[in-house]
Design a protein around this ligand. Structure first.
Ligand SMILES: [Zn+2]
Ligand SMILES: [Zn+2]
Length: 225
């Protein structure tokens, strides 16, 4: 207003701060701002570093336990354990971190007896070890799935794991039926608590659109997690 109708302008008498009211109707409303924020932080990371599938040099890619896909995150994986003297068994698991990290944890649980009860798989491996039975393990990726999304309140990762456990043959599977009713562990990641509420986590938390103001939105998320 001041720029386009300065005091020197002929039209200043008609168009000035006292005669014209400016509204914010042309600016983004809260819902648009929140949706843009949510879209930005929920967008998958497509940088070359984030999309790398294996960190082994090309020559030794054949040695990768997951066929050159060990850096992929959010996957359902399958382990087939073949003992020397009996039928193969199968274990299904999920990970929201890289499969390499998850496999590392599994391998650690096969070595440390204190971790032997960590998973059904480690229990089985320790049983074989105690019987002095040799075995081989083959890992593979069954599928990729999206982790818990606070906007949809759905965790495809947990759902897909349950689906694969459900369809796997009962006589060879190591997974317990009770795993089908377990709660999603990924939801807690989006939870804000007073002790660890930092600016970064606030910024990284998707907001829910509605008639509440920004502070109330944050409170709403904290209370609803
Ligand atoms: Zn690899
Ligand atoms: Zn989950």
């Amino acid at each position: 207003m001041d720029r386009h109708f300065p005091h020197t302008s002929q039209l200043h008498k008609i168009f000035n701060r006292n005669t014209v009211k400016l509204s914010y109707s042309c600016m983004d409303n809260l819902a648009t701002i929140i949706n843009a924020h949510n879209k930005r932080i929920l967008r998958p990371d497509n940088t070359p570093a984030a999309t790398r599938e294996c960190n082994r040099p090309k020559k030794s890619k054949d040695n990768c336990p997951l066929n050159g896909k060990c850096l992929i995150k959010n996957i359902i994986y399958k382990a087939i354990i073949t003992p020397d003297n009996s039928q193969p068994k199968q274990y299904i698991g999920l990970t929201s971190t890289t499969s390499k990290e998850r496999l590392g944890n599994h391998n650690h649980s096969f070595k440390a007896r204190s971790k032997s009860n960590e998973t059904e798989l480690s229990k089985f491996i320790w049983k074989l070890k105690d019987q002095n039975t040799n075995f081989s393990i083959k890992w593979s990726i069954l599928q990729k799935a999206s982790p818990y999304n606070p906007a949809t309140k759905r965790c495809n990762l947990c759902l897909s794991e349950k689906y694969h456990i459900l369809i796997s043959p009962k006589n060879i599977t190591l997974n317990k039926r009770s795993e089908l009713i377990s709660n999603c562990r990924h939801r807690a990641k989006n939870k804000l608590s007073v002790s660890n509420t930092t600016y970064a986590t606030l910024l990284a938390t998707p907001l829910v659109a509605g008639p509440l103001n920004f502070c109330n939105q944050l409170l709403y998320i904290v209370c609803n997690q």
